[in-house]
Design a protein around this ligand. Structure first.
Ligand code: SDX
Length: 445
């Protein structure tokens, strides 16, 4: 990892000044290295949501939010969507370069050989309540994988990691389809050796003894593209969760389970489901987008326009542009989706609105994702699971990079305490009086 060191930042505190090194990344990003700050000044920095704070240096993914650039190991996602596959992109993210033909063939064989889920795990799926959210099932079952696939004796650490990551990449996809079939009371469909990674998923989801599933190559291509653009995105909430949990030297299954849980939220990976629910609300109230845009602009209203805005992209999310092309590819395959009309009108109205332009709020990856997934026949409550399957290579790559970093430290942020000063234990018989008086002076945080 080439990190140029050069200029310094000079911090003046009263009559003291300290110099902090500035490091420069491959694409000219600059950061003040504050590793010595507390030791030399006693101060820490405070940055809620880490808006201005980098947690690591990384060679995996590069995002330029101002220019709408996204590259995996230096390769623009537009090229990968056009020329690569999700399996090959997963190899690229995890191993740092594209695979040679033999390496790709071997990777595919390993993914196929790992695609079954231990039969004893099927009972777990059977006993989740039928209306369980698939993300809760997935997060639990990823952790459960560890119990069924403990460390293999006698293997080197890297061999162990490679087998584990291949198992995860293959079994998470199988488990997602299993949970869908079981939720509908249908027979589980097993993976097939003769199908590609994406075709296998669609077949496991939709094949049935009474209605054999027809593999549509356009939908398989669309799913490859969908998962490629979801595969990684720097230190997003869920990848940061994987790194944080991984920093405790926990096994990969547990770190991925943490990332799955982090992705579930509607402000992060759950947004693709929230977008559809919002579009359905707009449609159910007559199709007028304006009241929703009005609410989104009202600072006293916590409502957010789902699928809009991004912590990093302050222009169009390049993935949203690709997703829109995927929509054009898959929709002719199915009857037109009325929500697409609502989505396009909402995009048109919001991207012309001064509030959205002033706040740099543009459609993000999730805005059209739901339309694509609906066209594939994926149920709404599985949309975030689809995001998780796509993001898995990125989580694994981030975990691996963290684990291999010689300077890696246990993630343990500091804080500024704003609670009550030194207090004494109050015997229970004195609390009515003590706390009535104190309540006037102490604001509970
Ligand atoms: C993903 O990090 C990643 O890379 C994530 C992701 C990935 O690949 O991993 O790209 C995937 O999570 C995409 C984002 C999906 N989430 C949504 O679509 C939910 C809706 N979006 C917002 O909640 C919001 O835009 C966030 C959470 C995505 C980003 O919010 P920030 O960067 O924390 O910005 P903010 O909440 O501080 O908002 C800044 C201003 C605020 O107004 P002011 O208080 O300054 O006046 O912009 C406003 C916000 O009110 N704003 C919105 C808005 N998003 C931000 N107003 C209305 N609708 C929105 N969607």
């Amino acid at each position: 990892m080439a990190i140029q060191k050069g200029e310094v930042a000079i911090l003046t505190l009263g009559d003291r000044t300290i110099e902090l090194p500035i490091i420069v990344g491959t694409e000219g990003e600059r950061a003040i290295d504050i590793a010595r700050l507390r030791k030399e000044t006693g101060l820490i920095t405070l940055d809620p949501g880490f808006v201005n704070t980098g947690s690591c240096v990384s060679a995996i993914t590069f995002v330029n939010g101002e220019q709408g650039i996204l590259r995996y190991r230096g390769i623009p996602i537009e090229e990968l969507v056009e020329k690569s596959s999700f399996v090959e992109t997963a190899y690229l993210l995890i191993n740092g370069r594209l695979p040679r033909q033999k390496e790709l063939n071997r990777f595919r064989v390993l993914l196929n050989d790992s695609s079954l889920v231990h039969e004893d795990m099927h009972a777990f799926f059977q006993h989740f309540p039928r209306d369980s959210h698939p993300m809760g099932i997935l997060s639990s079952m990823v952790t459960a994988l560890r119990s069924f696939y403990p460390d293999l004796e006698g293997l080197s650490q890297s061999e162990e990691v490679n087998i584990t990551l291949t198992r995860l990449l293959s079994k998470v996809r199988t488990m997602a389809a299993m949970s869908y079939k079981i939720s509908r009371g249908h027979k589980i469909v097993y993976p097939r050796e003769d199908l590609s990674y994406c075709a296998n998923f669609l077949n496991m989801m939709f094949d049935s003894p009474v209605r054999p599933y027809h593999i549509d190559d356009d939908l398989v291509d669309a799913l490859n593209a969908f998962w490629i653009i979801h595969a990684d995105h720097e230190q997003n909430c869920s990848s940061a969760a994987v790194r944080l949990v991984g920093s405790g030297r926990v096994n990969l299954y547990a770190a991925i389970s943490a990332g799955t849980a982090a992705l579930w939220g509607p402000l992060h990976g759950g947004a693709n489901q929230a977008v559809i629910e919002m579009l359905e609300d707009i449609q159910a109230t007559g199709g007028d987008c304006e009241p929703f845009i009005k609410r989104a602009k009202d600072r006293n209203d916590p409502f957010r326009l789902m699928g809009f805005g991004h912590r990093v992209y302050k222009t169009y999310d390049p993935r949203a542009k690709i997703m829109k092309k995927i929509v054009d590819r898959v929709l002719p395959k199915v009857q037109s989706d009325p929500l697409l009309d609502v989505a396009m009108r909402l995009e048109e109205a919001a991207t012309r609105d001064p509030y959205f332009l002033d706040h740099n709020l543009y459609p993000n990856i999730d805005f059209y994702a739901g339309i694509v997934l609906r066209a594939m026949g994926i149920p709404t409550n599985m949309f975030t699971v689809m995001f998780a399957i796509g993001r898995l290579p990125g989580w694994i790559a981030q975990w691996k990079e963290g684990a291999a970093d010689p300077n890696w430290k246990l993630h343990r942020p500091r804080q500024i305490y704003v609670g009550r000063p030194l207090a004494r234990y109050v015997p229970i018989e004195d609390r009515d009086e003590a706390y009535s008086a104190e309540a006037c002076s102490y604001n509970a945080y």
